[in-house]
Design a protein around this ligand. Structure first.
Ligand code: HEM
Length: 517
């Protein structure tokens, strides 16, 4: 509404407000400078007016009948909203129509909120491809594989799928287990006396886990600390629209510096892994597993990857996972502590499967025996999906529906929230009910296409099994080691969108060691 009334009232004001002040200004001005200056001012004004009119016309022609502001705010469009995104504004937009339109800095954006349209965008690589936010190419480096599209993307990704097989996950789980326990020793100290936000602790735990899973001991402890500390600068730069130049002091500049630090360490890790595998070492991390696979004579895919290229792959995994995993972990903790009856069932399952031996590292087989914990993770990610949308762009005119064609070069935003909160598929959609996943014939399991937590199509999350396993493992261990208390604040239920979603108060918790362990 402000975007409608703003420009239209401004437009209405132009004749009266420009006529008298501009006239008197220009007439007194012309007394000194003559007719030439007046003509110059008049011509400039006319050109500006024509450009603004053209901007509105282009917007209206592209938008056609889609819901969205009738006029766009000159030049900036909905920039103010994109700077401070809120769930309330997003929900308003999603509920305005299955397809709706906005414009930011003259980028025409079509937002899809229904399951069908969101899936259609993700599954139409001939018409649409991921575009990530503007800053992503500067941060990730434009030659990163995540920017590949079409067949080259499919081929490249095929090789990387091998890094998430069950065999590979079997290597990673021992590392995940050890890192979680190491951090919990510190959590017991930090959160033992009074409730504090777990937000940054969970982010550090997740970054440490990722780096050790990806790089093992090929980087020193100081590297994980340095990357983890600086990574927040990368998260903060992931806004829809950033200051266009990466000048010193800007968010993108700081993010690029953080990437340089991370890439230096990751390149070293790739180098060290190659040496260790060449010397007959056993694979103890993702890089080792990858190098060993490339050295296997029976391996059919591409074999040569430079240290820099391997580092870019690992950096892309960090980039794709750090915010989403942290969000998933934090809401996992929050959902469990707020639902003691669910936490009690998680503990009951842990006791049954682990038979009182809570110090033994978790294995894939043990995790297979924990369907309730898996349901908890699945439900937590449904209620609070870390990624609520992904930006794509149309590479050619995209006839998305019978009566609307998305113009070439538009930004397309498939949104997942409505799919994951569809009351027909998930009755009482805002309620946290892991049980809905335990009935194989229930509506949740019968409509897998609604479960858009991981996206869909050729770019669907490559790390989803790993992510599910990690969140389950971190929660499962914590459930047996600690009693948790959650300090509710006025901001507990408010959601901040910082690339992914987080509780605004950072989830304030107190952890007390349990006597059973
Ligand atoms: C809770 C955690 C996670 C969530 C919610 C999540 C969600 C997503 C979503 C929604 C997409 C976009 C899919 C699309 O465009 O259709 C995606 C892509 C991706 N994710 Fe994840 N993700 C998570 C964890 C991870 C982890 C742990 C890794 C790696 C270790 C990872 C690696 C990737 C990569 C590389 C892509 C891009 C794939 C491609 O373009 O082919 N993600 N993820």
């Amino acid at each position: 509404m402000p975007f409608f009334s703003g420009p239209s009232s401004a437009a209405a004001g132009i004749p009266s407000s420009t006529s008298s002040p501009l006239y008197s200004f220009s007439s007194s001005f012309s007394a000194f400078k003559g007719d030439q200056s007046f003509k110059w001012l008049y011509t400039t004004g006319a050109i500006l007016f024509a450009l603004l009119a053209l901007e509105q016309t282009v917007y209206r022609v592209k938008k056609r009948h889609l819901p969205g502001a009738t006029w766009t705010l000159p030049i900036i469009g909905k920039f103010a909203d994109s700077m401070k995104p809120t769930m309330e504004n997003y929900k308003k937009q999603w509920n305005s129509g299955a397809l709706s339109a906005v414009s930011v800095f003259n980028i025409f954006i079509v937002i899809a909120s229904s399951n069908d349209y969101s899936r259609k965008i993700l599954n139409s690589p001939t018409y649409a491809e991921p575009c990530l936010v503007n800053s992503a190419k500067q941060i990730l480096l434009s030659e990163n594989w995540v920017f590949l599209t079409g067949k080259t993307h499919v081929e490249y990704r095929k090789g990387l799928n091998n890094l998430f097989t069950r065999k590979a996950l079997g290597i990673y789980i021992a590392i995940q287990d050890a890192i979680a326990r190491k951090h919990y020793v510190q959590w017991a100290k930090d959160l033992g006396a009074s409730p504090k936000p777990i937000m940054m602790l969970a982010r550090h735990l997740n970054m440490d886990t990722s780096l050790r899973v990806f790089c093992g001991n090929h980087i020193p402890e100081e590297a994980t600390l340095e990357i983890s500390d600086r990574y927040w600068n990368i998260t903060k730069a992931l806004e829809l629209v950033n200051f266009p130049l990466a000048l010193p002091g800007t968010k993108v500049y700081k993010a690029i510096q953080a990437r340089k630090v991370a890439m230096r360490w990751l390149t070293l890790a790739a180098h060290n892994s190659k040496i260790e595998m060449a010397n007959g070492g056993e694979p103890t991390c993702m890089l080792d597993h990858w190098v060993q696979m490339l050295n296997d004579p029976s391996y059919k895919g591409r074999r040569e990857f430079t240290d820099h290229e391997m580092a870019m792959v690992v950096f892309a995994f960090l980039f794709a996972s750090q915010d989403a995993m942290s969000s998933g972990l934090i809401y996992g903790f929050q959902h469990l502590v707020d639902h003691p009856e669910v936490l009690a069932k998680v503990r009951e399952e842990q006791q049954r499967v682990r038979k009182g031996n809570y110090d033994a590292p978790l294995t894939l087989e043990a995790m297979d025996g924990m369907p309730y914990l898996q349901a908890v993770v699945k439900e937590s990610l449904r209620v609070k999906p870390p990624v609520i949308m992904v930006p794509y762009k149309s590479t050619k005119a995209f006839p998305i529906s019978d009566d609307y064609t998305v113009p070439t070069g538009s930004m397309l935003i498939p949104s997942f929230y409505n799919s994951l909160h569809d009351p027909v598929v998930y009755p009482e959609p805002d309620a946290f009910q892991p049980e809905r996943w335990l009935d194989p014939h229930g509506s949740a399991n019968s409509n897998p296409k609604n479960y858009m937590v991981w996206g869909a199509g050729p770019h669907k999350c490559i790390g989803l099994e790993y992510a599910m396993m990690n969140i389950a493992l971190v929660l499962g261990i914590a459930a047996m080691m600690f009693d948790w208390e959650h300090e509710l604040t006025q901001e507990t239920d408010k959601v901040d969108i910082i690339a992914t979603i987080f509780p605004r108060d950072g989830c304030r918790m107190k952890f007390t060691p349990r006597t059973t362990t």
